[in-house]
Ligand binder design. Structure first.
Ligand SMILES: *Cc1c(COP(=O)(O)O)cnc(C)c1O
Length: 222
């Protein structure tokens, strides 16, 4: 077995049933992705539209691509034409409106996650928990014509303090549950995407249903 296949098997063995694995292939070349594909992996994550646009046409079309990076509104049309299975990184109301308009024009329904910002780093994008709760309490999602909100995505602080990481993940999953309580009629709102190579086990303990793992599968990015 290749290293990539071995890494995938080892990680899968640690994931409870019902937790999806997104293999984050950003910055990794096509042969690495093909190895993971040959090992059965079908869901991959990319963080740049340009990179996805180059890679996707060269790889099997049953791959489900998740877009996980910061998305500029002027790239939305190009991204939607690549038919990503899920855009995990919706970080503003404006971006969501642009996605909705472009998906409507393309005649597709775009699945998305709302990105929550809970980590201490200032550079991370996303809604604060309060902003997101307000979005749902005002039921603004009812204006969407061609977008389906499937859940939330978030990252924990990048720190060795486990208690801080734990608090961040709990805040993400508590916010997700609060939205569900507030809007029990929301359909298909069932995804909590959190956990990366170094912290995914704790994320799973805190209620993650989707982990995004790059380095632990493909090695370091250059
Ligand atoms: C790069 C990235 C990951 C994967 O990180 P690893 O530490 O390599 O597992 C997960 N989520 C997002 C949003 C990323 O940008």
């Amino acid at each position: 077995m290749s290293d990539v296949a071995t890494n995938l098997r080892r990680i899968e063995a640690t994931l409870p049933q019902g937790v999806a694995l997104v293999a984050v292939s950003k910055f990794h070349p096509l042969p690495a992705i093909s190895e993971a594909y040959a090992a059965g992996q079908r869901v991959f994550g990319e963080s740049r539209v340009q990179e996805l646009a180059v890679k996707a046409p060269q790889l099997p079309d049953d791959i489900r691509w998740h877009f996980i990076g910061h998305l500029q509104t002027n790239k939305v049309r190009q991204l939607i034409r690549l038919r990503p299975a899920l855009i995990e990184s919706v970080d503003t109301d404006r971006l969501l409106s642009v996605i909705d308009a472009e998906a409507a024009k393309e005649g597709v329904v775009q699945n998305v996650l709302m990105q929550l910002h809970v980590a201490r780093e200032e550079t991370k994008f996303g809604f604060s928990p309060d902003e997101l709760l307000k979005y749902f309490s005002e039921r603004r999602f009812e204006n969407l014509k061609a977008t389906h909100i499937c859940g939330v995505m978030g990252m924990a602080s990048n720190t060795d303090y486990e208690s801080r990481v734990f608090e961040d993940f709990r805040l993400i999953s508590d916010t997700f549950r609060e939205i569900g309580r507030m809007c029990p009629d929301l359909r298909g709102f069932d995804t909590v995407s959190m956990g990366m190579s170094h912290d995914y086990l704790m994320a799973v303990d805190c209620g993650s249903t989707m982990v995004r793992i790059g380095t632990a599968i493909f090695g370091d990015r250059y």
